[in-house]
Design a binder for this molecule. Structure first.
Ligand code: SAM
Length: 326
């Protein structure tokens, strides 16, 4: 299906829970956020019905996210339901990796093709600080579990924050030389809890690329075999992995946007940065069929703005990132 700007929309990001087992500083306020009541969260069969309707109008790719998708009980069953829907041919997952050792093999078996794992630092103390108590060793076990389960390519998402981890971009990039890991440096977005900690700490991707080119070695433009999204990829000569950049702020890629976002409580958002949501839960719970839901999905597609307006600040007082699904 095409939106009003002639973009092909074929990708749905599904936040399967608002709960998370970490509390990253730039994502959640220190006091946390009030959990959405259990009965407001979509049940497996409701997620399945929405994805089935979405497939009718051209959605092909699903990414499970959250919150932390692996804290949802029975997440593999949900993946299996999605994998059985005709038309859905790509299922991926974004996770902090902590629970992957217990889930990687089962997720692969259920139909997840590959994973993105968030990893902002290679230092224990910094990991504990940014995640408010998380263990870097556990995240690494998760990364290893993803590699062992064959969830390739394993991509690592690193949000770069000035004077927190910008001095690690060289060592993170170096990881890709000997290991089949694909680091993606993500520009900090002014979303949700844009709190004091992040103020003035934006680092443009161009600066990171420059720094790596000067201090580690020449990065050459590269193509990712699978899962080419908005990142621009590079590779060191002979490296097993790649180095990518997601330039949401310095050079937005909205003209190629192909996605919609479903919140765990059934709100369909046309854009991460657009507070308008089409409520799918209410019609579903009063018995709407696939065609009616598909029509509502088309309405969300029609609402897609030409581009995000993050530079104007975050105005959605109702939601933080963990509730929308990053
Ligand atoms: N819990 C999972 C995880 O850690 O990957 C999935 C949800 S998390 C919200 C998804 C991604 O959003 C993470 O890679 C996180 O770093 C990123 N993220 C959260 N807030 C962000 C912000 N303000 N700017 C850029 N990325 C952000």
């Amino acid at each position: 299906m095409r939106d009003t700007y002639r973009r092909e929309i074929n990708y749905l990001r599904v936040s399967v829970t608002d709960k998370c087992n970490l509390r990253c500083i730039y994502c959640l306020p220190p006091e946390g956020v009030k959990s959405i009541p259990h009965d407001e969260i979509l049940r497996d069969e409701e997620f399945e019905a929405i994805v089935r309707a979405a497939a009718l109008v051209g959605i092909r790719k699903i990414r499970l996210t959250g919150g932390e998708p692996l804290v949802r009980r029975g997440v593999e069953d949900l993946v299996r339901r999605f994998a059985n829907i005709p038309g859905i041919d790509d299922i991926t997952l974004t996770t902090n990796g902590i629970l992957l050792p217990d889930h990687a093999a089962a997720l692969k078996e259920a139909g997840v093709k590959r994973v993105n794992i968030s990893l902002d630092t290679l230092k224990d103390d910094r990991y504990r600080e940014v995640t408010r108590g998380g263990s870097l060793a556990s995240a690494w076990k998760g990364i290893q579990a993803a590699l062992d389960a064959g969830l390739h390519p394993v991509k690592l998402n690193t949000v770069v924050v000035r004077d927190f981890n910008d001095d690690e971009v060289e060592s993170m990039a170096r990881l890709t030389k000997k290991r089949p890991l694909h680091i993606r440096f993500i520009e900090l977005m002014p979303i949700g809890t844009c709190n004091k900690w992040t103020e003035g700490r934006f680092v443009p991707a161009g600066e990171i690329l420059d720094r790596i080119n000067r201090r580690v070695g020449r990065l050459h433009p590269a193509k990712m075999a699978e899962g080419d999204g908005p990142a621009k990829y590079y590779r060191f000569e002979g490296a097993l992995g790649t180095v990518g950049f997601i330039t949401s702020m310095s050079e937005h890629f909205c003209e190629n946007c192909n996605r919609l976002r479903l919140t765990s409580s059934g709100g369909l958002r046309p854009c991460l940065y657009d507070a308008r949501e089409i409520d799918l839960k209410t019609p579903l719970r009063r018995g709407a069929g696939d065609r009616e839901i598909a029509d509502l999905i088309m309405e969300a597609v029609d609402l897609k703005p030409d581009r995000h307006h993050m530079d104007e600040g975050w105005t959605d007082k109702k939601r933080v990132m963990s509730q929308i699904g990053g």
